[in-house]
Design a binder for this molecule. Structure first.
Ligand SMILES: *Cc1c(COP(=O)(O)O)cnc(C)c1O
Length: 415
């Protein structure tokens, strides 16, 4: 990839941009929320639509000259409706967090109650964490996964809802390796007359491909990001029934945002078109098969996985049993040294701190985009295991780095 115009103006930034392409090519992106978009999506995101103000919605803008902005946003909306089966779609949220913000702002008053999953158990900052505005503006209680099984306990969630009487229940998670039963959560919400927001940020692509249950049509609101398991570039999306359209749209603009990022909406339109192609379903299936292979091999090597495995694109490793003296950060740093980029993560029943937790989270969406199959993912699991077993041994790390290089050479990116 060549940044000739940037290089002319700003060699420092050109160096960093080229360095980043090289870094992505030379390392294994296993942060479960990351992926590699196509060059078509990159071009759309880098287009002249970045120059255009298009406050408002297609056909009702506050500015002149919006005919192409309208066309692009309408395409993104139509394709999203087809992908997820939604009646109403808003593609303007700048990110998944802004999508959630839009729903809260539309449907809640300050002081209203949110029931959501604890961050240590796989929840997200935007679901009521004290460091996020949601934790400050609303009254928040949190449910947990079952300490023994690592699965969400839907009966417990329902009891919790009956005791707390929330205004909204949030489902959808950042580090939950199992299929979510959105209908059970909807039943808990119905029982206490609460809204249900299903935040499918991580699994947007799996849901679109039909390889994970779809909350659209069940949950009142569905939010997502467009850059994780779907490769439509950085951004957010809100889906709901037509009946809520007049609540949601004004809460996004002008409620919480100004002009939409039309170049990103163009990226969404192109990425959604790619996801409507038949190959996308095969991609999503392979992503899950790869996560299962990765998890299996890690278990073979003595690691324990939260919930004992995975149904989706990620595994969550709890290091406490197999490697009691190794923290998630130790593992993250040692693996980064050999070109495996993943993140330390809290685990249910966390006994360390969020900054140096007891687990690591690893995902397969980006590796699958590069063409990795189950065999390659088992090899990656072996590399991870070798490094964590012996992270002070320079020879072990040198050999691991070489094996990573063989894998990245065999699956080049952005040639
Ligand atoms: C990633 C994620 C989001 C969105 O994050 P952004 O960085 O704002 O796009 C929202 N909810 C969950 C559960 C997530 O994992």
């Amino acid at each position: 990839m060549n940044y000739e115009h940037v290089r002319e103006v700003d060699p420092a930034v050109a160096d960093a941009l080229e360095g980043e392409v090289q870094r992505q090519n030379d390392t294994l992106a296993m942060i479960a929320s990351e992926n590699h978009v196509s060059e078509a999506v990159l071009e759309a995101q880098g287009s002249a639509l970045t120059n255009k103000y298009a406050e408002g919605y297609p056909g009702e803008r506050y500015y002149a000259g919006c005919e192409y902005a309208d066309e692009v946003e309408e395409l993104a909306i139509e394709r999203a409706k087809e992908l997820w089966g939604a009646e109403h779609v808003n593609v303007q949220p700048h990110s998944g967090t802004q999508a959630n913000q839009g729903v809260y702002y539309a449907m809640l008053e300050p002081g209203d109650k949110i029931l959501s999953l604890d961050l240590n158990h796989g929840g997200h900052l935007s679901h009521g964490h004290p460091a996020n505005f949601t934790g400050q503006l609303y009254e928040v209680e949190q449910y947990e996964v079952d300490a023994e099984t690592g699965y969400i306990d839907y009966d417990d969630l329902r009891d919790h809802a009956e005791a707390f009487e929330p205004d909204i229940i949030v489902s959808g998670y950042s580090a939950y390796p199992r299929e979510v039963d959105f209908e059970a959560i909807q039943a808990a919400a119905d029982a206490v007359d609460a809204y249900h927001l299903a935040d499918i940020a991580h699994i947007t692509g799996l849901v679109a491909a039909g390889v994970h249950a779809n909350p659209v049509g069940t949950a009142d609101f569905v939010t997502g990001s467009t850059h994780k398991t779907i490769r439509a570039g950085r951004g957010g999306i809100i889906m709901c029934d037509e009946a809520y359209a007049d609540d949601i749209d004004p809460a996004v603009f002008p409620g919480g945002q100004g002009g939409p990022l039309m170049h990103n909406i163009a990226g969404k339109a192109v990425g959604f078109k790619e996801a409507l192609e038949p190959q996308f379903e095969a991609y999503a299936e392979q992503t899950i098969e790869n996560a299962k292979a990765l998890g299996d091999q890690l278990q073979e090597r003595g690691f324990s996985l939260v919930s004992g495995g995975t149904d989706n694109h990620l595994v969550l490793v709890d290091l406490r049993e197999s490697h009691p003296d190794t923290t998630g950060k130790d593992a993250e740093e040692a693996l980064e040294d050999v070109g495996v980029v993943l993140n330390a993560n809290t685990v249910p029943g966390e006994t360390r701190s969020p900054f140096n937790p007891s687990g690591i989270r690893a995902g397969t969406p980006a590796l699958t985009t590069r063409g990795f199959d189950e065999g390659a993912c088992r090899e990656v699991a072996d590399i991870i295991a070798d490094v964590i077993d012996d992270y002070d041994d320079a020879d072990v790390k040198a050999e691991a780095a070489e094996r990573v290089q063989n894998l990245t050479d065999a699956h080049p990116l952005y040639e």
